[in-house]
Design a protein around this ligand. Structure first.
Ligand code: PGA
Length: 257
């Protein structure tokens, strides 16, 4: 973390796990502890049908609501899809884009990620762009090349003044939902690499203002060590965001002055 230059953001990614009723109970459980945090921003990214509940339930506390996906068109004949304009109107502030599960199961590509990033920024929201390598790619030694490709594609044609509104999440696929976490050094190395790419494209000031999270089995036990790394500015939390005590512990690890 480096709070002098950028925000620390802990974001829960509920995935397809909570009905609105269950989600409301979860938010009520974390609210008393998390609603008062000062040194980091807390986001809950929730299934689309939970958004109205989440926005209502977090009205009086410092918890922000995010979506887990978006369509890149503004409106039109795209049955089943939701645009950035709709998310904004519903009270959403952040949108996860390019999660590896969407890349793997729903045909998300670097091209659609880029279109979604532009649409989300255009709507005035913050994209959380996920990048990360598979175990095979890591073992082949191509992690950094792959991350460079994913990041460059995501920011293609994005105006320089909008880059600071972006959040990146380094999520090694082999660490997602597996209980295997990248070591703090591995996490920092790739987060630093992402910042270097942004520095090359947009200069040092912009690069140091961008929040870069780590995601992949971050939990109550390993959060402090990961967050102590200079280029790890928070976490995108799946499994542990569904357990109130674990999520609170991770937020507390980030909420250091
Ligand atoms: P995990 O998920 O914390 O359950 O590994 C992280 C993510 O997929 O965003």
């Amino acid at each position: 973390m480096n709070r002098r230059y950028r925000k620390t953001i802990i974001a829960g990614n509920w995935k397809m796990n909570m009905t609105a009723t269950e989600g409301k109970a979860l938010i009520e459980a974390i609210k008393p502890s998390i609603g008062k945090v000062k040194w980091c921003d807390v986001v809950v990214c929730v299934p689309a049908v939970d958004i109205p509940m989440a926005v209502r339930s977090t009205k009086d506390v410092r918890i922000t609501v995010g979506a887990e996906n978006v369509h890149y068109e503004d409106h039109g004949a795209f049955t089943g899809e939701i645009s950035a304009r709709m998310l904004k109107d519903a009270g959403v502030k952040y949108v996860i884009i390019g999660h590896s599960e969407r890349r793997q199961y729903f045909g998300e590509t670097d091209t659609t990620v880029n279109k979604k990033v532009k649409a989300v920024l255009e709507a005035g929201l913050h994209p959380i762009v996920c990048v990360g390598e598979s175990l095979e790619q890591r073992e082949m030694g191509i992690t950094k090349d792959l991350i460079s490709m994913q990041v460059r594609a995501a920011i293609s044609e994005v105006p320089a003044d909008k880059i600071r509104r972006m959040v990146f999440a380094y999520e090694p696929i082999w660490a997602i939902g597996t209980g295997k976490t990248a070591t703090a050094e591995q996490a920092n190395e790739v987060c630093e690499h992402i910042r270097t790419i942004i520095r090359k494209e947009f200069g040092a000031r912009t690069a140091r203002a961008v929040t870069i999270q780590y995601g992949g089995s971050m939990n109550a036990k390993n959060a402090a060590e990961l967050l102590a790394q200079p280029d790890v500015d928070g976490g995108l939390i799946g499994g542990a965001s569904l357990k109130p005590d674990d999520f609170i512990a991770i937020v507390n690890a980030a909420n250091q002055e």
